[in-house]
Design a binder for this molecule. Structure first.
Ligand code: HEC
Length: 201
């Protein structure tokens, strides 16, 4: 009986841990509720991703060059609009080591988060689903990794495969572009959600 209990308890614990979704990547501070950080962050990140990808897919119906112009013109303001829908308490951003728009360059904390995903991928061969970071006593951040899908390669893949008109537009609009050369399944960057600590205590 005793032995059975000893075996059953770890199994229950394992199941409980496996079912706690979305699971924070690491414990940062016991004074906030990390499950809340993960819930708020995941929901905001999904709203942003679905909003942007939905508009991108619609724009792609007009052709890659038109969609590129749409992204170059609208991605920043669309992100700000979706942020308003999510709630003015939260700040959203997309960032990457290989950014196209310098406005999306990572700050010091985002650099650490990007490095976390990159190292974990190199060590384990898979991307963690999220990362939680304490920036200050007032700010927590939730990060969700972005992976390249086949359609993304139209504008982020091998430049030699781009339509000539797209190639020209890309060089004219982003002369310092770092966001090319990706393959399907590559780690592209992150969506970052800043959450005030007052929302997650
Ligand atoms: C039609 C061309 C096009 C397609 C397709 C496209 N992108 Fe982009 N992407 C852009 C442009 C242009 C920017 C820079 C606009 C901005 O964010 O201000 C950009 C910026 C980004 C950024 C912000 C960081 C940076 O580099 O500035 C991320 C992240 C990103 N793209 C991911 C993706 C993903 C993931 C997909 C596929 C789901 C995708 N993109 C498909 C054109 C495209």
């Amino acid at each position: 009986m005793r032995l059975q209990l000893l075996l059953v308890i770890p199994i229950i614990l394992l199941v409980a841990v496996a079912c706690a979704s979305p699971r924070p990547a690491r414990v940062v501070n016991k004074t906030v509720d990390e499950t809340k950080v993960a819930e708020i962050g995941e929901s905001a990140a999904m709203t942003l991703i679905q909003g942007l990808v939905g508009r991108l897919n619609a724009a792609m119906n007009e052709g890659t060059v038109a969609a590129f112009e749409f992204c170059a013109r609208e991605a920043q303001s669309l992100t700000a609009t979706i942020q308003q829908e999510i709630g003015s308490d939260l700040q959203v951003k997309r960032t990457s080591f290989q950014y196209r728009n310098p406005a999306n360059a990572p700050d010091e904390y985002e650099t650490a988060a990007l490095q976390y995903f990159q190292d974990a991928l190199a060590e384990r061969g898979t991307l963690p689903t999220s990362y939680i970071q304490m920036v200050s006593a007032n700010e927590y951040r939730y990060y969700k990794p972005l992976v390249m899908a086949a359609m993304c390669l139209n504008c982020h893949g091998d430049p030699a495969s781009f339509e000539p008109a797209l190639h020209q537009q890309l060089q004219a609009t982003y002369p310092e572009d770092k966001a090319v050369g990706y393959k399907e399944g590559d780690f592209r960057g992150v969506v970052r959600i800043s959450i005030p600590a007052s929302l997650v205590r």
